[in-house]
Write a protein of this length. Sequence first.
Length: 157
Amino acid sequence: MNKRIAIIRIRSGLKAKEQVEDTMKMLRLYKVNTCVVVPNTPNMVGMIEKIKDYVTWGEIDDKTMKQLLVKRGKLPGNKPITEEYIKEKTKMSSDDFVKAFMDFKKELKEIAGIKTFFRLNPPAKGFDRNGIKKTFVQGGVLGYRKDQINELLMRMI
């Protein structure tokens, strides 16, 4: 079964190639500490490969997705999203919506007016170990981190 991937922008695009900047815009990663949740398709993996030196990514779980939606989901005008708003627009509770979303039965844009990216805080207690210029494998933050993305997201929500 395919999974959803959470992508978090870690570094600014200063001195980045134009292709990298364009890919960031296509993924709606406009600013540092922005997160998007995308399907794990070959197209998306190709886009992630292009921007791998600026982002970290991994498979998101249901619990983290619900926290992200309820706590950091925004409507135009920077208004927070509420349980009632989700119920009114989708005719289902936020738990049910998140479950359907993770099973690819629903999409975020089905909640009318929601911003499809999430602005996050910098992580509590800072980024791990060797900072934002090294890959996760080398002890830094960038790159693929499997399901450990959930722990980082929780610190940033």
